[in-house]
Design a protein around this ligand. Structure first.
Ligand code: CUA
Length: 161
């Protein structure tokens, strides 16, 4: 088959780009541990606080250095179960994070980690993360949600044990 040299060139360029992005996805998923968050579970957005999971938000130990962290997001606050908005997590702990919103869509990003979700009314967003490095991490809202959007934050403190 006779192919024009530009056609050949673009075929190579297209294939190389495809391969490059597949490698990027592979490295991100298998080496850096990025996973898409899940939001397959629904709840009544009008009665979030009555849902068994969100009655008492906060950190609960469920296994050997394994925790469930439940957070209620709302304009313009993250209810993490503590008065000072700080959650202390032991270094190396695997944490199953669940959150939902009582009003509008909010972002849910723990800066400096792989945790980055969107919380939507009527859905429970979940993501599992292992906090390997001690330090203070800020939980921020990265979806514009109203006048107090920039005030919406909490602190995750990974403490050495
Ligand atoms: Cu909540 Cu922006």
């Amino acid at each position: 088959m006779n192919m024009h040299k530009y056609e050949k060139l673009w075929l190579w360029a297209g294939s190389a780009t495809l391969l490059f992005f597949l490698i990027v996805i592979g490295v991100s998923a298998f080496y850096m541990g990025n996973k898409p968050p899940s939001c397959a579970v629904t709840l009544d957005p009008e009665n979030v606080r009555e849902h068994q999971m969100f009655k008492e938000p906060g950190l609960t130990e469920i296994g050997d250095n394994e925790y469930q962290l439940t957070i209620v997001s709302s304009a313009f606050d993250y209810d993490v179960g503590t008065d000072d908005k700080v959650v202390q997590i032991p270094e190396g702990a695997t944490v199953h994070i669940s959150s939902t919103t009582t009003d509008v869509i909010h972002g849910f990003e723990i800066a400096g980690t792989n945790v980055n979700m969107m919380v939507e009314p009527g859905y429970i967003s979940t993501l599992t993360n292992t906090f390997k490095h001690p330090g203070k991490y800020t939980l921020v809202c990265n979806e514009y949600c109203g006048i107090g959007h920039h005030l919406m934050s909490a602190t995750i403190e990974v403490v050495e044990q």
